[in-house]
Design a protein. Structure first.
Length: 452
């Protein structure tokens, strides 16, 4: 994290979050959905004009410099499952962003005021990374047109802002994606992809904090869902270069697989995950003096089981193994180690209710020379802010409490996470509160033209 991001970072001994969200406008939309839908039909052109004007007058610039391969990134399976609840995306959803796609009608145009507000405080005192406090919103208004039963197009704008930031809108980027579903079990998407946390990876491989500073992905994805196998393969192109660029090209390739056994007595299911991530930087036409071509690879696999102990209450023992390999040219090694590994046994108890969802997780992390190009630095053998610091062996006790509530098109969620480093005898904590509103408002259904 560089530059302006440090301006919003804060560390304090006592973690305090004071939150007052007044959301009358959202409430009005929820209670007057019919009026809003009626109005939207007559304000289609006005909405496009509004988005264009906002983009041209926001005076925005990116919060961060081009992402480095050492950027913090991790997606924890635990946290993402609860994020799916209050961000309205089922864990095995393979269809487009956020939408109740199956209910969308062919040749019909919809509008979605996709809105998320967040408050998060991270009190990190270990030498691996630093804490921050962030309050703000993410606003992704977009139009969805379902072309036919196999394809759709989505277009809009991504806006992100932090409270107390006098540069108004911090992040502005277009939203454009084409989705094609040639068969029921396969979905292809090109353009804007689901944000990184929706890949639902383990935290040592992908950092949840990236949700607040690197919320967009763009590239190509292929998702598969069958009875005994689910897969998510994607390529996120992060930095595109032209001749003479003063930075290197960077991209991330990921492939998440989960293999499931048939249910045992309708109470248990065994799962075998296989997750792969590769982070690459290089290029041949840039003008940087450091021409290092670097590729970091991480693999996670193991075994877990979902066991129903009573109605809607599931206990999940999980034993994942993690591996790291630096596939770079040995003459230009920029990371501390060539290879490493880790193990992260966990036990989770959760209630999978439709409206209320809670989850409690406890785990123990052991790492040996473990590095991750997109993983949380809390689990790594290096420090993000001190290039000279390294710790070959890591021992970490983790605990998480997560809660989600969903009512119709509104979602609310909270999380508290604890990380105790037995070597440093020190504890890092983080907590957050999130609210979300998203709904498809029907604008118009176009008549099918007869082909002669």
């Amino acid at each position: 994290m560089h530059g302006d991001w440090q301006a919003i970072q804060m560390q304090s001994v006592i973690c305090k979050i004071i939150l007052i969200f007044i959301s009358q406008s959202v409430g009005a939309v929820c209670s007057n959905a019919f009026f809003f839908e009626y109005t939207m039909k007559r304000s289609f052109l006005f909405s496009i004009l509004f988005l264009s004007t906002l983009l041209s007058h926001a005076g925005v610039r990116s919060l961060y410099e081009p992402t480095t391969l050492e950027s913090t990134q991790s997606v924890t399976t635990d946290l993402c499952e609860i994020i799916h609840i209050y961000l309205k995306l089922a864990p095995q959803q393979t269809l487009p962003l956020y939408y109740d796609y199956e209910r969308a009608e062919n040749r019909t145009l919809y509008f979605s005021p996709n809105t998320t507000t967040f408050v998060r405080d991270a009190e990190y005192f270990l030498p691996y990374t630093k804490g921050y406090t962030a309050l703000g919103f993410i606003f992704d208004p977009s139009f969805l047109y379902k072309i036919n039963e196999k394809a759709s197009i989505r277009a809009g704008i991504h806006l992100m802002a932090f409270a107390g930031d006098h540069k108004t809108i911090r992040n502005v980027s277009p939203i454009l994606s084409l989705t094609f579903q040639p068969v029921k079990w396969l979905t292809l998407t090109g353009g804007t992809l689901n944000p990184g946390i929706y890949h639902n990876l383990y935290e040592p491989m992908y950092d949840f904090d990236r949700f607040f500073y690197d919320n967009q992905e763009m590239g190509l994805s292929a998702k598969t869902i069958t009875k005994y196998w689910t897969s998510d393969m994607w390529c996120n192109w992060e930095d595109f270069i032209i001749p003479g660029s003063d930075f290197q090209e960077r991209f991330t390739f990921g492939w998440k697989n989960n293999f499931h056994t048939p249910e045992i007595a309708h109470k248990a299911q065994i799962n075998i995950p296989f997750h792969l991530m590769m982070n690459h930087r290089g290029g041949q036409i840039d003008a940087v003096e450091d021409t290092c071509i670097e590729t970091l690879m991480n693999v996670a696999t193991g075994i877990n089981a979902d066991i129903t102990i009573k109605d809607k209450v599931i206990i999940t023992p999980d034993i994942p193994f993690f591996f790291f390999s630096n596939r770079s040219n040995e003459e230009h090694i920029h990371t501390h180690y060539q290879n490493g590994y880790g193990i992260y046994p966990q036990v989770c108890v959760q209630n999978t209710g439709i409206k209320h969802h809670w989850k409690v997780n406890a785990g123990y992390w052991y790492g040996n020379k473990f590095i991750s190009g997109r993983g949380s630095y809390l689990f790594q053998s290096r420090s993000y802010f001190d290039e000279t610091f390294e710790r070959q062996y890591r021992h970490l006790i983790t605990g998480k409490i997560l809660y989600g509530y969903k009512y119709k098109h509104f979602s609310f969620g909270g999380e508290f996470q604890l990380y105790y480093d037995t070597d440093e005898a020190s504890t890092d904590i983080s907590a957050g509160i999130y609210m979300r509103f998203d709904q498809l408002f029907k604008i118009h259904t176009f008549k099918e033209k007869k082909e002669y």
